[in-house]
Each structure stands twice: as structure tokens, then as C-alpha cells.
Design a protein around this ligand. Structure first.
Ligand code: HAM
Length: 418
């Protein structure tokens, strides 16, 4: 036998037994998002590297270490998308969407990050993402939080915690950053090596470090929410009032900084205590400056993305509907094949899902397969039935069966499967 080719580390096959759960999640996501007026947008999985560097930020882990980049044969430097916001904004600019109207968009699909694979963290993973463009008001932020809550609820996922913070405007952050750098420099020796390097480059990431000595060192660090300007403060207060009124509990977390540079004002994450170290299921926030930064007209925006693999780990299998046909067609002999296939096709013409057994085999083995298919009825056609102009209709739950005239079978089946 030839040598097997290994799959790429951190990239998974989704087998038919698992696909039903994926489809269920995707269907529910489309249903909920569309009920709020969100419409699907599709954009390429590959973009120019520069797009991600400029939007996600040169100093972020994603751009520095985790991108799949390559030069194509034309000499262009491209990258597999590590997230969807940048591509969605680029598509909006390219196609002239940002002319003052509100756009509510969503997308579904694979993202690629060269991270260390572990449970809940993959190199190809999938997101449902949502981006809305237009209003700068916090009602839009709240609408998205309610939408995420509804989707989680409809999938039967409970016990998530919403962590909330505001990062203010870039000007607020500059003042805060200076304070924070001063604070961190004074404690440089207590920080891990990575954090020491981060002090000047991206000091806010130090707040997020999981190393215990770093966490101890930053316990008393200044908090961004004390540096918010008037406009950001008002936005955050209104957002919280709307969440309170809608009965959405949240925890204020002034340490929540997010791993992407484009955020302004609102940021949030929903975490689960059932997922171990990769606990964040949904994450997002506002990014009022991004459209302009990558060449579009000034357009406020807010969005979130949900990690499909992580969410699926929380969906109970019994909530996933199993696909099954209405009828299973069992041809017992090569001589009846043309009739049996024609019967299957005319049932399908009338909207009945009909699985046809290929490859022959005894009545017993075909009925076993019929049972396993989950069909309600088996239609058995042998030489005897063909000679008599009948089909044997077997109720797979009760085991009762009757021979019906060939011309009555279709109406009977259509009637019983409606
Ligand atoms: P993110 O926090 O990088 O944000 O990713 C969002 C979610 O994708 C995470 O909370 C997690 O559930 C999932 N995720 C991320 N990386 C992995 C991975 N390696 N393996 C499995 N799941 C993963 C964004 O991507 C932003 N674009 C969200 C956003 C949209 N902000 C505004 N609009």
C-alpha cells in the first residue's frame, strides 16, 4: 500500500456523523441573525497580507506569529484570513457599501491561524461573524449582544458569562497607555520575559497575561475605564443601562483588552466554565475607526464572532435533529431495478425523500439497512411483486406490511409522509 498522507496539524475533517450538528448550528444562526435584519455576505478566504497587518495590527500575536502567508506565482504577498472583520470591511469598501446607510451583515466560514493546537484551538477553525455599519449609538452594540444571547439560548447553551469593558477612543487610550507604561516599567522585574518586551510595544496585552507573577504585578494597575472621555463614558453608561433593562447580566472586566487592535469603546466576550483554557465562545466590540483606516469613508461599526467548534462542544447531541428519509426503497433483484429506480425518482418528483438501496443483497439485510436509515416506510420490490404489479409497503416501526398496487403506492406514500 502506498504511504498515507498526513493531514495538516490543527485542521480537522468534519465527518457525516458530525455534520448534522454543524448544519443545525448554521441553520439556527441564519434564522436568528436574519430575524434581526442581518444579511449574508461572502468574501474571499485569501486577501493581501497588508489588509490584515493594517486592520488587526502589526504588533498583535495574530499578525506577528499566526498568519499563513505566501507569495503567489504573480509575486503578490497574500494571507489566509485569520478572522473575518478585515475582509468584510474591505469588501464593503471595494463595493461602495459605506455611503451612509446602515448595513447589517453576517458570514460563516473557516479562518486560519497558526496557533499551538489543543482542545478548542485549531489552525483551521470556523466562525459565525456579524458586522453592522452605520450608527455610532450603543443600541446597535446591545442589539448584537441580545442576538448572540438568543442564538445561544435557542441552541440550549446555558451558563455563559458576559465580560464587558470599554477601551474608549484612541485619544483616551493614548493617555491611559502612558500611565500604564509608567506603572509597568516600575515593575519590570516582576514581569515574564514576553511581558517585558510588551511594555513599550503593547502594554495593554500585559494585563491579559496568564502568568501568575504578571497577574500579581498588574493587580493594582490603572484601569482604562478611569480614562474614558465624555463621549465614551456616555456610550458605555447607555450601553449598560440598555443591557440592564433587557435583563442581560454581565461582569465589568477592566482587564479585557482583546487580541486585535481595531477596537474602540465597547468590547466583550462570552465565556463558558465548561471549556477549559479555551473558554471564549463569542467575542466582539466596536471598531469605529477601521473603515477609514483601510481607505473607506468614516463609518462607525460594531461586530462579533462566534467560534463554531467551541460552541458545538456545548450543544447537547439530543438537540441535533438527525436527517432521515421518508422511505427506503429495497429492490430485491436486478430484474426490478429499472422499476424500483423509476418509483424512487417519481416519489422524489413529488417531494418525498427516498433513499434507494444500491448493490443488491437479501431482503433481511436490506430491511436492516432500512431500519438504520430512520425511514418510516420501506418499499420492497421483488420479482414476485413485479409480476403481480404490486409493491410491498412495510411500516418500519410496527413491522406491519401490505402489498399495494403499483399505481396506488405513490399516493399512499405521499399521503403518509405529509
Ligand atoms: P477573536 O476573538 O479573534 O475575534 O475570535 C472570535 C472567536 O473565534 C473566539 O472567541 C473563539 O470562539 C473563536 N476562535 C478564535 N481563534 C480560534 C482557534 N484558533 N480555534 C478555535 N476557535 C477560535 C475575531 O475574530 C473578531 N473578528 C471578532 C469581531 C467581529 N469583532 C468585531 N467583529
Amino acid at each position: 500500500m502506498a504511504e498515507k498522507i498526513r493531514p495538516v496539524r490543527g485542521m480537522n475533517d468534519i465527518l457525516p456523523d458530525e455534520a448534522a450538528a454543524w448544519q443545525h448550528l448554521e441553520t439556527e444562526a441564519r434564522r436568528v441573525l436574519e430575524a434581526y435584519g442581518y444579511r449574508e455576505i461572502r468574501f474571499p478566504h485569501v486577501e493581501r497580507l497588508e489588509l490584515f497587518a493594517r486592520s488587526i495590527g502589526e504588533d498583535t500575536d495574530i499578525v506577528e506569529k499566526e498568519m499563513y502567508t505566501f507569495e503567489d506565482t504573480g509575486g503578490e504577498i497574500l494571507a489566509l484570513r485569520p478572522e473575518g472583520t478585515a475582509g468584510c470591511v474591505r469588501a464593503g469598501i471595494t463595493n461602495g457599501l459605506f455611503r451612509g446607510q446602515t448595513h447589517r451583515l453576517y458570514y460563516l466560514g473557516p479562518m486560519f491561524r497558526h496557533e499551538r493546537p489543543q482542545k478548542g484551538r485549531y489552525r483551521q477553525f470556523h466562525q459565525v461573524g456579524v458586522e453592522a455599519f452605520g450608527p455610532a449609538t450603543p443600541d446597535l452594540d446591545v442589539e448584537q449582544i441580545l442576538m448572540a444571547r438568543r442564538l445561544l439560548q435557542d441552541l440550549g447553551v446555558e451558563g455563559l458569562t458576559l465580560h464587558l469593558n470599554s477601551l474608549g477612543k484612541p485619544a483616551d487610550r493614548r493617555v491611559y497607555r502612558e500611565e500604564l507604561v509608567g506603572f509597568l516599567e516600575a515593575r519590570r522585574d516582576s514581569l515574564c520575559e514576553t511581558c517585558q518586551e510588551r511594555i513599550q510595544r503593547s502594554p495593554m496585552r500585559v494585563l491579559d497575561c496568564k502568568v501568575p507573577t504578571c497577574q500579581e504585578a498588574v493587580a493594582e494597575a490603572p484601569e482604562i475605564t478611569d480614562f474614558l472621555g465624555e463621549e465614551s463614558r456616555a456610550h458605555f453608561d447607555r450601553l449598560r443601562a440598555l443591557l440592564d433593562a433587557a435583563g442581560v447580566p454581565y461582569e465589568l472586566n477592566p482587564r479585557l483588552v482583546r487580541g486585535l487592535d481595531y477596537y474602540t469603546d465597547t468590547v466583550y466576550e462570552w465565556t463558558s466554565d465548561q471549556l477549559g483554557s479555551q473558554a471564549t465562545v463569542v467575542a466582539g466590540g466596536r471598531y469605529d475607526g477601521l473603515v477609514e483606516e483601510i481607505g473607506g469613508p468614516s463609518t462607525p461599526a460594531v461586530g462579533f464572532a462566534l467560534g463554531i467548534e467551541r460552541l458545538l462542544a456545548l450543544v447537547a447531541p439530543e438537540r441535533v435533529p438527525e436527517p432521515h428519509p421518508s422511505v427506503f426503497i429495497a429492490p430485491l433483484d436486478a430484474a426490478v431495478e429499472t422499476d424500483a429506480m423509476a418509483l424512487a425518482e417519481s416519489l422524489r418528483d413529488r417531494g418525498v425523500s427516498a433513499w434507494y438501496h444500491c448493490g443488491g443483497g437479501s431482503l433481511k439485510s436490506q430491511l436492516k439497512k432500512a431500519d438504520r436509515s430512520g425511514a418510516r416506510l420501506a418499499l420492497v420490490l421483488g420479482e414476485q411483486e413485479q409480476a403481480e404489479g404490486t409493491v410491498l409497503v412495510r411500516d418500519l416501526a410496527s413491522g406491519e406490511q401490505e402489498a399495494l398496487a403499483r399505481r396506488e403506492v405513490e399516493d399512499h406514500v405521499v399521503h403518509r409522509s405529509s
